[in-house]
Write a protein that binds this ligand. Structure first.
Ligand code: PLP
Length: 323
């Protein structure tokens, strides 16, 4: 009798512990905030691979004090980097424009990007990298002498190809373009974009189109396109008014190869609202339909066929050239 009770109790305890462990595993997989999962990731900081939660730079880092730094974001598909040569070329150009020497060669940077992808078992997502003018002994505006630049990288997970917004399209709002006059430099000084994208989020929109002199410059973190009623693809020409998007460049080339007419010039919101289609491009969305602007529908308010086709063409290009 006593032994039966003991066995029963042991059995009950075993089942209870087993159940509790299952709940813990389930919670860990499904319920813990994304932040916790992200902090388990491996990051790279100045020569070392460390858990993201331990990845730190000095409060004297000029990236923190002055936004004196440059960043790049490359997509990852099936564990491979997308259009990375273009991103590294833009990185070299950006650092050159602010007289900041890269602390590693771009070949080494690519090796580190790949190692981070491998260490994090990253299948689909992106690799973020940032280089700043480093941390001096104090806070002086002029460039410090003999200070090694900071290089930081980390990854994040995103299924760009199957993102739900690719099917539905996104709303955009318009905001004044408050940025400085060298937007061609991929600087970490992103306060204007933070405010623009926060306003978009509060309005339930997926992006903010920034307006200057009555014309769209670009999205907060994307390039802007329209397809006119006579099937001309229009996007603003590269200049110091916009960031030369790597995805923009690839999409323009892919469209031209397919005999689509492309005009690189500014366009107004009114023109966009009369267009057949509108979309944005970036490394983290690829090609993404825009279905409304400031609450007014673009065409029938659904992603257009040309946008869908260009998205497919870009995804094919990405997979074919991934490294
Ligand atoms: N324009 C701005 C202001 C951006 O921040 C970005 C990307 O972050 C883009 C355009 C798109 O550039 P890419 O296609 O290289 O991601």
């Amino acid at each position: 009798m006593t032994s039966d009770l003991c066995t029963g109790y042991r059995e009950f305890r075993f089942q209870f512990v087993d159940q509790a462990l299952r709940i813990c595993v389930y919670m860990r997989r499904n319920c813990l905030p994304d932040r916790r999962n992200r902090l388990d990731q491996i990051a790279y900081v100045n020569g070392s691979f460390v858990p993201l939660s331990e990845a730190k730079v000095s409060v004297l880092d000029r990236g923190f004090l002055f936004a004196d730094g440059i960043y790049e974001v490359a997509a990852v598909l099936d564990g491979k980097l997308i259009d990375n040569a273009s991103h590294l070329a833009r990185l070299e150009r950006s650092v050159g424009e602010i007289a900041l020497a890269l602390p590693e060669t771009t070949a080494r940077i690519q090796e580190i990007q790949r190692e981070l992808v491998a260490r994090n078992n990253l299948v689909n997502g992106m690799v973020y990298l940032e280089v700043t003018r480093g941390a001096d002994a104090g806070r002086d505006f002029a460039f410090p002498k003999g200070v090694k630049p900071t290089l930081v990288m980390f990854t994040s997970v995103k299924d760009i190809v199957n993102a739900p917004s690719a099917k539905t399209g996104i709303a955009v709002i318009t905001v004044p373009d408050l940025r400085w006059e060298r937007r061609d430099i991929k600087s970490v000084a992103l306060l204007a974009q933070v405010l623009a994208k926060q306003a978009a989020a509060e309005a339930g929109a997926g992006e903010a189109w920034m307006i200057e002199d009555g014309k769209v410059t670009e999205g907060g973190s994307s390039s802007a396109f329209i397809l006119t009623q006579d099937d001309v693809l229009v996007t603003r020409q590269n200049s110091s008014a916009i960031l030369p998007g790597c995805t923009r460049k690839a999409v323009v080339a892919l469209a031209q190869e397919r005999q689509l007419r492309v005009e690189e010039r500014p366009f107004t919101v009114e023109e966009a609202l009369k267009a057949k289609e509108a979309f944005i491009t970036s490394a983290t969305v690829f090609v993404q339909a825009v279905v409304s602007i400031d609450g007014k529908a673009v065409a029938n308010g659904k992603p257009g066929p040309m946008t869908d086709r260009l998205r497919e063409i870009y995804v094919d290009f990405a997979r074919a050239t991934a490294q």
